[in-house]
Design a protein around this ligand. Structure first.
Ligand code: ANZ
Ligand code: ZN
Length: 817
């Protein structure tokens, strides 16, 4: 019986676990609850190494919490709407639903084989009508609160995917999904007003500090991009209303020498004189071709058009020429800036190109920017700045100017955010329909709650290729409806929602996944959330994690949840790479998970991934040895066949040396798991296996109760990463399944005491006592212990101690007289 048959073991235990169902959350309040959440997968293809890694890491925690006595909810579902699945389906000439649900089944089967301790009873798919009914319901509640609105404006457009994109999906001017260069289009689209929550998204991060990776918090902070400064109002010729600018440096107002508005903003065409209009229009045509990245680049030659009018500087009455340029963005701040070329490089480049004046107002000690064409932005002394002259404190300078602007009604202190509202409409088929009907007389009308879900039409056999308009628009039967308000013929909104809407609340749905009366049961959510630990990839640092935080805050304001942050802690696993590079088809360095499992077994693959290094670090498959992992598992398994004492043996009489190793291992493993050093935890288990082998072969022997204790401990600890092997060991040790529900071993503190050395205590040269002391004992401690020993006390009776010579830790010599 000394051959460990990996495949047979897997085949044996899977049905047993399915029958015992030990991973279903009890959810009755009998135990403290803990929510173990992992980012749910997209159903594109089968599971890959990345999934295997994140799930193996995540499962260590979920399983450990069960051992600690928590009622653990560890749900799984699929983020099953979306572009990748739709594109793949179209390519194969399949319906997205067929393709998606087939993949879900494949992945579910793989997860089960992979032994992840999911609570399958909570399984959900965001593309199921039972789920997206509530996505639509939430959209309508957001709309009730003014947090979902429709506007006509220039939007990011992916010419390849033929759909609009949120700002978060544009990475360096490219489509996040397909890499095509993103262009602009004017469209009427739905938005979530995430900007209303900008400040709270920043403020609440204090709750996440220390438990979320600082890198993620920094990325979110940067994305939200809070700037403090002022709004300053400038009168402009031929216009009744003043034009406001946002500036972070109101203290440089005396250095403003011209005024610039975004060329493609409405404002530019409103301000321009008839004479200059043709020049502006020709220029705008050029501007529309550039990306935002290009436009903001400092090294790009500056271009622009004079609009023929002047603005008045409110602090000194100077007339500033008004220009249109592309380096000012239409949708940042107010789309207009006061240009201070001496202290802003882009303004200076523009001034140089068009020969506009440069006036230094902060003397930093550097050379005059008007000579060097290098703007100075540091601290210095104000000059040519009226009331500021002579001041050299920037904060005071800003305060002085802002107070004066406020007093005279020309401006006030202001905060600006880089964050934009979340554009959620998509011109694609495979998504959640937007539950709105457009009526000529009533406008945008919500589909009544009792008519939800607005189900996707089947459209099997129809052409679903992206055409720039949603394929739903062509589904006449579906699009043409009666207005829910007036009954007149009307049309459904034919766009679908960004899939990030679906994933912004799935973690709430898991708490009551089958509820058909509400998106989620508020009591259940109160019981389970916030999630104790979220595990997933750093690629979601901004998109998904920011949106989920936003949704949670809105739901909090609606009184539906009693917390403002959904995920208490976040762990971003590293990437699995191969030969130093990300796995990819083009490099041909992909490692097939299924093949690895076939060759080495589930447990060896899981163990390899967990043992590879700290969870946050990238791991290179080329450096790893699944074969070595399998050998180790065989060694562990063999121990379980060597134990000869019966199950239930009293272990307290066992060999102390081995018991100490066992208890120290448990003690350290608990701390290592807590601090997410799973790889070190595995190393400790390996050491315990070695110590046990030695004890069996050349120590206390296989019958010693300490051997049983050690091997049982190996099984319990190993169940965190190698559940099949652990289960098999547990059975061979004479126990019933399943080892997954065996509590974490109780540590006997007495066995944690370090090994001792014997200290000899002499009185007048004669040995009077032998003390067992820690090797690290101090001289003072050893002296005190020696003098307190009864044998020593007796020997000293009637004498006074003259001198004590201590040679810690082994010797104390007492001289008495
Ligand atoms: C005058 C000034 C003087 C500025 C100076 C800077 C330095 P952040 O920190 O990113 O918020 N600005 C404002 N709106 C803009 C727009 N729509 N497109 C391009 N630039 C814009 O930057 C705010 C600063 O960026 C503002 O402060 C404005 O230039 C410019 F010595 O105003 B400043
Ligand atoms: Zn109507």
């Amino acid at each position: 019986d000394q051959r460990y048959d990996v495949r047979a073991t897997q085949d044996k235990w899977r049905p047993v676990w399915e029958k015992l169902d030990p991973f279903r959350a009890v959810d009755d309040g009998s135990k403290p609850r803990r929510y173990a959440l992992t980012m749910f997968p997209y159903p594109s293809g089968d599971l890959h190494m990345g999934h295997a890694e994140v799930m193996a890491l995540h499962d260590v925690l979920a399983r450990h919490w069960r051992q600690l006595g928590y009622d653990v909810m560890n749900p799984i579902g699929w983020d099953s709407f979306g572009l990748p699945a739709e594109n793949a389906a179209i390519k194969r000439d399949e319906h997205p639903a067929t393709y998606t649900y087939a993949n879900i089944e494949t992945q579910a089967e793989s997860f089960k084989r992979y032994g992840i301790s999911f609570d399958w009873s909570r399984r959900l798919h965001t593309s199921d009508p039972e789920y997206y009914r509530w996505t639509q319901w939430l959209f309508l509640r957001f709309r009730d609160r003014g947090l979902a609105y429709r506007k006509h404006s220039p939007v990011n457009w992916c010419p390849n995917d033929q759909t609009v994109l949120a700002n978060e999906q544009v990475v360096q001017g490219m489509c996040e999904r397909c890499g095509a260069e993103v262009t602009k289009r004017e469209l009427s689209q739905w938005y979530f007003k995430v900007t209303d929550y900008a400040q709270r998204l920043l403020d609440d991060m204090v709750q996440l500090e220390g438990s979320w990776p600082e890198r993620v918090l920094a990325m979110q902070r940067n994305w939200i991009g809070r700037s403090e400064g002022a709004h300053v109002a400038f009168e402009v010729e031929g216009r009744d209303e003043p034009v406001t600018v946002f500036t972070t440096r109101p203290d440089t107002l005396y250095g403003a020498t011209f005024f610039v508005v975004a060329a493609d903003a409405k404002l530019a065409s409103e301000l321009v004189t008839d004479e200059q209009r043709p020049a502006l229009e020709a220029y705008v045509d050029e501007v529309r071709k550039a990306t935002d990245i290009d436009r903001l680049a400092t090294d790009r030659p500056k271009t622009g058009v004079f609009l023929g009018v002047h603005a008045t500087n409110p602090v000194n009455g100077e007339r500033l020429p008004v220009w249109a340029a592309d380096y000012v963005l239409a949708d940042y701040g107010t789309g207009a800036v006061m240009a201070v070329p001496a202290h802003d490089q882009r303004d200076l480049d523009f001034a140089r190109t068009f020969d506009l004046p440069v006036r230094m107002v902060v003397d930093t000690g550097e050379e005059d920017p008007a000579q060097t064409f290098v703007a100075t932005s540091g601290d210095g002394t104000y000059v040519s700045s009226g009331p500021l002259d002579g001041l050299s404190d920037k904060a005071a300078g800003i305060r002085t100017i802002v107070e004066r602007l406020e007093a005279e009604g020309h401006g006030k202190g202001a905060v600006n955010f880089r964050l934009r509202d979340w554009l959620l409409s998509r011109q694609r088929f495979w998504g959640c329909p937007i539950p709105i009907v457009h009526c000529d007389s009533c406008g945008d009308v919500a589909v009544p709650d009792d008519q939800l879900p607005v189900e996707l039409p089947d459209l099997r056999g129809a052409d679903l290729k992206p055409k720039g308009v949603s394929p739903l628009a062509a589904a006449e039967d579906w699009v043409n409806v009666e207005c829910p308000q007036c009954g007149a013929p009307a049309k459904r909104d034919s766009d679908t929602m960004d899939t990030f809407v679906d994933s912004s609340w799935y973690f709430l749905r898991y708490c009551s996944p089958h509820d058909d009366t509400a998106a989620f049961d508020v009591d259940k959510v109160r019981d389970w959330m916030p999630a104790e630990q979220y595990v997933g990839g750093v690629e979601h640092a901004i998109l998904h994690l920011l949106y989920s935080r936003f949704f949670t805050k809105v739901l909090h304001d609606m009184g539906l949840v009693d917390f403002v942050e959904p995920f208490k802690a976040l762990l971003n696993q590293g990437q699995v790479i191969n030969q130093g590079k990300a796995m990819s088809k083009s490099l041909g360095n992909g490692v097939n998970l299924g093949e690895m499992i076939d060759e080495f077994g589930v447990d060896a693959v899981r163990l390899t991934l967990v043992f590879a290094g700290p969870p946050e670090d990238d791991i290179d498959w080329a450096d790893l040895s699944p074969g070595g992992s399998l050998k180790f598992l065989q060694r562990a398994w063999r121990l379980s066949g060597d134990v000869t004492s019966p199950a239930g043996t009293d272990v307290s009489t066992g060999d102390t040396d081995l018991r100490k190793v066992t208890h120290r291992t448990v003690h350290e493993a608990a701390q290592l798991i807590e601090s997410h050093r799973f790889n070190v935890m595995v190393a400790r288990v390996m050491e315990l296996v070695n110590a046990t082998r030695k004890a069996i072969d050349s120590g206390c022997g296989p019958a010693d109760p300490a051997v049983r204790e050690a091997v049982e401990t190996v099984a319990v600890l190993l169940s965190l990463v190698a559940p099949y092997t652990a289960e098999e060991m547990w059975e061979r040790l004479g126990h019933e399944p399943t080892v997954a529900t065996v509590p974490w071993p109780v540590v006997d503190e007495a066995l944690l005491v370090e090994d001792t050395v014997t200290a000899v205590v002499q009185v007048q040269g004669k040995v009077r006592a032998r003390l067992e002391v820690a090797p690290s004992i101090t001289a003072a401690e050893l002296e005190a212990a020696a003098l307190a020993d009864p044998g020593v006390v007796r020997a000293l009776e009637g004498r006074t101690v003259r001198k004590v010579i201590v040679r810690e830790p082994g010797l104390v010599n007492v001289v008495a007289g």
